[in-house]
Design a protein around this ligand. Sequence first.
Ligand code: SIN
Length: 508
Amino acid sequence: MWRQRADVVVVGTGVAGLAAALAAHRQGRTVVLLSKAEQTATFYAQGGIAVVLPDTDDSVDAHVADTIVAGAGLCDPVAVRSIVADGYHAVRELVGAGAVFDESTPGRWALTREGGHSRRRIVHAGGDATGAEVQRALNHAATSLDVRRDHLALEVLVDDGAVAGVLVRSADGLGVIHAPAVILATGGLGHLYQATTNPDGSTGDGVALALWAGLPAADIEFIQFHPTMLYTADAGGRRPLITEALRGEGATLIDRHGVSVTAGVHPMGDLAPRDVVAAAIEARLTATGDDCVYLDARTVPHLAARFPTVTAACLAAGIDPAHQPIPVIPGAHYSCGGVVTDVDGRTALPGLFAAGEVARTGMHGANRLASNSLLEGLVVGGRAGRAAAGHAAVAGPARVVTPDAPVRPVLPRAELQAMMTRHASVVRSGAGLRDAIDRFAEARPRTLVTRRDVEDAALTAVAATVAEAALARTETRGCHHRADFPDTDPAQAFSSRRGALGLTPAGC
Ligand code: SIN
């Protein structure tokens, strides 16, 4: 077993991970970054970063209010305000690191609008390639950091009630990085489902690592389905996102007959919060028996120049969005809940931090507002890096521990994804969720050797936790819709907390 020491280990290299690592490094700490995959979810983000700019008609109050409305009663207003208020500073820091945002006139950032926002407040880059620009700038800023590619985190090591490091698998086999502070920044869990906008590595690893370390996940039933994922018959895995900013620029959602999908559903129409639009699409598909609806972007000015990523994805699928409506369906997109943290990324386990999609700060509640995710990743990532650096300085070097290779319950991925897609997607029911939970309980123990093993174990742990949380929430709220409980129940206006339920493997 190889061994190494660091002050801070960051797991994940998207916006939150890199912001955290850079912040910890600036505090003079030794930082190791673990990366298991080529692409991050950050890279694929299209719409932009929601941020309140000075000298506009926007305000922190307005952004906070929009975020809280989207969050359907479960946001923590103090957390929302704290994160939103730091947004402009964090974006300026990113610009200092070299990020370039689109401008409407020289020196003035162009602002777009997305669902649930009462103002134009989304800054973007490369038209619809914001994430790629954020990733490029942060990668460049992090060139001198110790980034370990193809390194998988298997377990957060705990010694005497505090973090002692991470058990890692690399090409050199099992190893331990002994460190008093670990930051989980592993992104999301879209591959719980057969089709998702998320990159291949989004398998819920960070939530699973926290559950295995005995920490709870909160609001984990709230998985946001983006209304417009590109539809092509029989395609699974990562599917291209068709950014909501297209609707902000005038594109409309229609069915096969050209009838609006959202008319009469919500005062904001096609720019209603995502759960509303996704549910309206599901209802139309159920009513018509069609496989998809359409986003008509033919009237969007300068379509190819403003939306080059979407245009390229459509053309690659044989669809010319300038001349024909784009076939779309809702797709698993974002986990609103996750590992419970404060607004500095601190968990209840001393030395363990989490930031970005993996974390539940209270920012998103029951439904995330569009383009609040890069914002949260930047702000909380930076804060978690500073907090972890401070913790490491006080805690001192971690003691040497010698863990075994973990054995975890694992279900075959295809079966798990089929169960989740059938029973825990846009609309859920108690009967379906119970079927899924029964099946998840039959997971068989396996020693985690390959990347596939580790991811499948994480998916199994997280699927069971999501299904249990979704079953327990006997109401419809935010992006959690129950066919058997179609109304919001004011008595359930509280955040759910769930430990590693359903994880006792069959045969153990
Ligand atoms: C989009 O561009 O529609 C997605 C942005 C987001 O998920 O915040």
